[in-house]
Ligand binder design. Structure first.
Ligand code: ATP
Ligand code: MG
Length: 240
């Protein structure tokens, strides 16, 4: 069983296809990276999975075809989508942001709320420290942690994260991605990660897809692919 399977997916904005004939799978408990330059279609892939853009082809979440489903219905299948640019409520406190996410859990997961909150705060302790602070007053990296924490607290089976390290110092970026990997191990979730920094992505993922102009340019296990390979393919972004 795969967590996520995209079969010949084409995604449209109006009449324009931004992603074409995409074949992509995410295994259970796998961390898969989506790489590629600006405009390659990475965000569009996540939006297609979430039912936020018009698509043709087939998308299955744990074997369930999501054709015709609304975004909330797809979320209920266990898909959490952390958009680029954070996805938090800046006027609310850290605690309120976390509480709102806990409120979105499926009914059968209600009993684990406190334990999961404790677990998330172990991975991102700064959020515990700043519980009472407005989310908008957190640093970029802290806001990113809060966004990921919110995604996790909905108890997804698949966590999709769009560029969580954008604008962060390399050390913090690496820490956040390593925590995603640790969370995969501890919580048994599958992770689809959009990451511009190829070096970081190759470090923390099991497999990567390199997109270029809306198509898959390469698929590879992260250990097989080197930065030199990436430089040879049409991928030119974020390798420094
Ligand atoms: N709302 C939209 N309406 C029309 N076209 C769009 C829209 N959003 C994205 N596109 C186009 O779709 C293509 C893919 O965009 P997408 O945002 O998926 O790229 P990306 O790989 O996430 O890029 P980036 O690294 O800059 O975030 C681009 O050509 C973009 O201009
Ligand atoms: Mg994007």
């Amino acid at each position: 069983m795969t967590a996520l399977a995209l079969r010949s997916v084409t995604a449209f904005y109006g009449g324009l296809a931004a992603v074409r004939d995409l074949e992509l799978t995410l295994g259970v408990k796998e961390v898969v990276g989506l790489l590629g330059p600006n405009g390659a279609g990475k965000t569009t892939v996540l939006r297609a999975v979430s039912g936020m853009v018009k698509t043709t082809g087939g998308i299955e979440v744990f074997g369930t075809d999501t054709a015709g489903m609304r975004t909330e219905q797809i979320a209920r299948l266990g898909v959490a989508h952390v958009p680029a640019g954070r996805g938090t409520f800046p006027e609310l406190t850290v605690q309120e942001n976390l509480d709102l996410a806990l409120g979105l859990r499926p009914r059968q997961e209600r009993h684990r709320r406190a334990a999961d909150l404790d677990s998330v705060l172990e991975y991102f302790p700064v959020l515990g420290e700043y519980r009472r602070r407005r989310a908008g007053a957190l640093s970029g990296g802290q806001q990113q942690m809060l966004a990921i924490a919110r995604g996790l607290l909905t108890r997804p089976r698949i966590l999709m994260v769009d560029e969580p390290t954008l604008g962060l110092a390399p050390q913090l970026a690496r820490e956040i991605l390593l925590q995603l990997r640790n969370l995969r191990d501890a919580w048994g979730i599958s992770v689809l990660l959009v990451e511009q920094n190829a070096a970081l992505a190759l470090d923390v993922t099991d497999r990567v897809y390199v997109l270029a102009a809306g198509r898959v340019d390469r698929v590879s296990t992260a250990s097989e692919l080197t930065l030199a390979d990436l430089a040879k393919s049409s991928y030119l972004g974020g390798t420094s």
